[in-house]
Design a binder for this molecule. Structure first.
Ligand code: NAD
Length: 253
C-alpha cells in the first residue's frame, strides 16, 4: 500500500448524503483527499457549503456530478480525477437506489434503473480505476451491499436484493482477479442504518423493524463508515473478497 496514507485519494460514490457522506467525512478526518461523486448536483452543492471545507481545507475535496449508471460519465470522472490528483487509492461504490415495488409491479424501466445504478455502477466504476490501481500496485475497493443481498427483502424489492447480491459476487470476482496485485476488494452489508433514505419507509413498518433488531436500535451511518475506513487501511491488507455484516444482529451467519 501507499506509504503516505494522508495523501491518499478516495473516491466515494453517492457521497452527497447518508452513508456516502459519513464515509467521505471519515476519510477527510483522516487527512485523505476525497472525491465526492453524486448524481444530485443540488445536494453536492449543499455539502460543499458545509463546515467540512474549514475542517479539512478545500484542496482536500473534489465534487463531481456523475450518474454512475452512465459508463462514459464514469470514465470521464476518472480522467478528471487523474488529471487533478494523479492517483486513486480507494474506491467506495456506495451510490444506490432502493425501491420496495412488489415482483408483480416491477417494470422494465425500474428493473433497469436499479440494476444499472447498484450493480452496473459498481462494476463499471471498479473497472475504470483498475489501470490506475494496478500501476500503483495498490488499491482498495469497498462495495456497499446490503442485508437484502444476503437474506432477501426486509424493506426492498426483488430487483434491489438481486443487485445487492450481485455486488457481493462482484466483490469476490474482482478480489480474486486482483489479489496478487496489491489490490483488495471487500463489501459491507448494512441493514436499517439511519440515513435520509429511511424517510421513505412507512413509520409503522420501521417500528416493527426496530423491534426485530437484536440490538434494539437502528444503526448509525458512522458505524458503517468506521468499518469502511478500517477496510481501506493498511491494517486490512490480508482481507479480500469478504462481506462484513453491519445489521445489529438481524442476520447472524
Ligand atoms: N441506509 C441503510 O440502512 C442501508 C442498508 C443497506 C444498504 N444500504 C446501501 O448503502 C448505500 C447508501 O445508502 P443510503 O441509505 O445512504 O442512501 P441515500 O439514498 O440516503 O443516499 C444515496 C446517494 O446515492 C446517490 N445516487 C443515487 N443514484 C445515483 C446515481 N445514479 N449516480 C450517482 N449517485 C447516485 C443519491 O443522490 C444519494 O446521495 C446504498 O447503496 C444502499 O443500498 C443502505
Amino acid at each position: 500500500m501507499q506509504k503516505n496514507a494522508v495523501n491518499q485519494v478516495v473516491v466515494v460514490t453517492g457521497a452527497a448524503q447518508g452513508l456516502g457522506l459519513a464515509i467521505a467525512k471519515n476519510f477527510l478526518s483522516e487527512g485523505k483527499r476525497v472525491v465526492f461523486i453524486d448524481i444530485n448536483a443540488k445536494l453536492l452543492n449543499e455539502v460543499k457549503k458545509m463546515n467540512l471545507v474549514k475542517q479539512s481545507g478545500s484542496s482536500k475535496m473534489m465534487f463531481l456530478t456523475v450518474d454512475v449508471s452512465n459508463v462514459s460519465a464514469i470514465k470521464e470522472s476518472v480522467q478528471t480525477i487523474m488529471e487533478h490528483w494523479g492517483r486513486i487509492d480507494v474506491l467506495i461504490n456506495n451510490a444506490g437506489v432502493r425501491k420496495e415495488t412488489s415482483v408483480e409491479k416491477i417494470t422494465e424501466d425500474e428493473w433497469n434503473l436499479i440494476l444499472s445504478v447498484n450493480l452496473g455502477g459498481t462494476f463499471f466504476y471498479s473497472q475504470a480505476v483498475l489501470d490506475t490501481m494496478k500501476q500503483q500496485k495498490s488499491g482498495r475497493i469497498i462495495n456497499i451491499s446490503s442485508f437484502g443481498g444476503q437474506a432477501g427483502p426486509l424493506s426492498s424489492g426483488a430487483h434491489y436484493c438481486a443487485s445487492k447480491a450481485g455486488q457481493i459476487m462482484l466483490t469476490k470476482s474482482f478480489a480474486r482477479s486482483l489479489a496478487g496485485q496489491g489490490i483488495t476488494v471487500n463489501a459491507v452489508a448494512p441493514a436499517a442504518i439511519q440515513t435520509p433514505e429511511m424517510d421513505n419507509i412507512d413509520p409503522c413498518k420501521l417500528e416493527k423493524m426496530k423491534e426485530s433488531i437484536p440490538v434494539q436500535r437502528f444503526g448509525k451511518a458512522e458505524e458503517v463508515a468506521n468499518m469502511v475506513s478500517y477496510l481501506a487501511s493498511d491494517a486490512a491488507g490480508y482481507i479480500t473478497g469478504s462481506t462484513f455484516d453491519i445489521n445489529g444482529g438481524l442476520l447472524m451467519r
